[in-house]
Design a protein around this ligand. Structure first.
Ligand code: BYC
Length: 312
C-alpha cells in the first residue's frame, strides 16, 4: 500500500469508531499532534501539583489535609499514566521533561496563578477540576487507544476532586461574612482563567479542525467551554456565589448561559510565560527534578543489575 491508500484506510478506521493502537500505521501529523497534546496534558498534571502543595502543610483540619494530600498524589499518578501514553508514540519521558524545562512544551495556563488562601483550594477543585472533567470526558472518546484509556481512569478520580473543591466552597459560603468574602474572592480570581483552560475560540484555534477530523478531539473548545459554564453557573447560584461577569445572561432559546468577552490578551500573555507564577513553577520543577536525579540513577542501576543477574 502507498501512503495515500494507508491514509484512506486509517481515516476509514477512525470514522468507523475504531481505536488506533501504538503499533498501527498513523500519519506523522496525527502522531505529532497527539504527542504535543498528551505531553502538555502530562506536564499540566505534574505542574498542577504545585499550587495545591502550597497548602499541604496549612490545611485547616486533619480531614482536609488527608483529602488534599490524596488529591495531590492522584495528580502525580495522572501525570504517570499520561507520560506512559505519550511514550507509546516514540518519545521517552526524559525527553518530554527536557522539552518542558527548555520552554519548548507547554502546560495549562491555569497553573500560573497563585493560591493565596484556603478558598483557592476550593476554587481549584471545583472550577479547575470541574473544567478538566468536561474536557477529559470528551478525550475519553479520543481515537488513540492509550490516551482514551488513561482518560477513563483519570475522570473517575477527577469526580472526587471536583466534589472536594465544591465542598470547601459550600462550607465557606455557609460560614461567617469573612469566609463568604474569601470564597467569593477565589471565585472572582479563578472564574475567567478556568474558562481559558478550554483554549482559544474555535475560529482562532489552529489545531481544532484537523484534531476533530481525526477524533483526537471529538468536541470543540467552545462547545466544551459552554457545557462547563452551564453547569457551573447553576452550582455557584446554589451556594450563593456570584459569577464575576456583569454580562452573564440566560438565553432561553439555546438554553445556554452567555458570557461577556474573555480577555485573550491575558491568556496569551500567560501562555507565553508572563503569568504571575510561570517562573516560580518552572524553577521549582527544575530544582526538584535535579534533586531526584539520584533516584533515577539508582532505579536504572538496579534494573541493569537485575538484567545482569538474570543473564548469569
Ligand atoms: N494553556 O488550537 P488549540 C488538571 C495552546 S490538569 C496553555 O485550541 P488544541 C489538574 C495550544 O497548546 C488537566 N496552552 O490547541 C491538575 C496551542 O499551542 P501550540 C489539563 C494552551 O491542542 C492538577 C494553541 O494554544 N488539561 O486538571 O487543539 C491539579 C492553540 O490552541 C491552552 C489538559 O491538558 C491552555 N489552557 O486544544 C488540578 C487537556 N489552550 O501547541 C487539576 C488536554 C490552548 O500550537 N489538552 N493552548 O503551540 C486539550 O484538550 C487541548 O490541548 C486544549 C487545546 C483544549 C487545551
Amino acid at each position: 500500500m502507498n501512503e495515500d491508500q494507508r491514509l484512506i484506510q486509517f481515516e476509514a478506521r477512525i470514522n468507523a469508531g475504531e481505536k488506533i493502537e501504538p503499533k498501527d500505521w498513523m500519519p506523522e501529523a496525527y502522531r505529532k499532534t497527539l504527542l504535543r497534546q498528551i505531553s502538555q496534558h502530562a506536564h499540566s498534571e505534574v505542574i498542577g501539583m504545585q499550587p495545591e502543595a502550597n497548602w499541604a502543610l496549612r490545611a485547616p483540619t486533619l480531614r482536609a489535609k488527608k483529602i488534599l494530600l490524596a488529591k495531590i498524589q492522584d495528580e502525580g499518578g495522572h501525570g504517570l499514566y499520561l507520560y506512559s501514553a505519550a511514550e507509546t508514540l516514540g518519545v521517552d519521558r526524559a525527553e518530554m521533561i527536557e522539552q518542558l524545562q527548555q520552554g519548548k512544551a507547554k502546560y495549562s495556563s491555569i497553573f500560573n496563578y497563585p493560591t493565596l488562601n484556603w478558598a483557592d483550594m476550593g476554587a481549584i477543585g471545583w472550577l479547575v477540576d470541574g473544567a478538566a472533567i468536561v474536557n477529559q470526558t470528551m478525550l475519553a472518546k479520543c481515537s488513540y487507544g492509550p490516551y482514551a484509556r488513561a482518560m477513563l481512569r483519570i475522570c473517575k478520580e477527577e469526580g472526587f476532586h471536583q466534589r472536594q473543591g465544591y465542598e470547601i466552597m459550600a462550607k465557606m459560603m455557609a460560614g461567617n461574612d469573612a469566609q463568604k468574602a474569601m470564597a467569593q474572592d477565589a471565585m472572582n480570581c479563578w472564574w475567567w482563567p478556568s474558562l481559558m483552560m478550554f483554549g482559544p475560540h474555535d475560529a482562532d484555534s489552529p489545531h481544532t479542525k484537523e484534531s476533530m477530523q481525526w477524533k483526537i478531539k471529538v468536541e470543540s473548545n467552545d462547545k466544551l467551554r459552554q457545557r462547563f459554564i452551564n453547569r457551573t453557573v447553576e452550582q455557584a447560584y446554589h451556594i450563593g456565589l456570584t459569577v464575576p461577569d456583569p454580562k452573564l445572561k440566560y438565553n432561553k432559546e439555546t438554553m445556554n448561559w452567555e458570557i461577556g468577552p474573555i480577555n485573550w490578551d491575558e491568556f496569551w500573555n500567560v501562555v507565553k510565560g508572563n503569568g504571575p507564577c510561570n517562573h516560580k513553577r518552572m524553577a521549582h520543577h527544575i530544582k526538584y527534578h535535579n534533586k531526584g536525579q539520584w533516584v533515577r540513577d539508582a532505579a536504572i542501576a538496579f534494573a541493569q543489575n537485575e538484567t545482569f543477574v538474570t543473564a548469569l
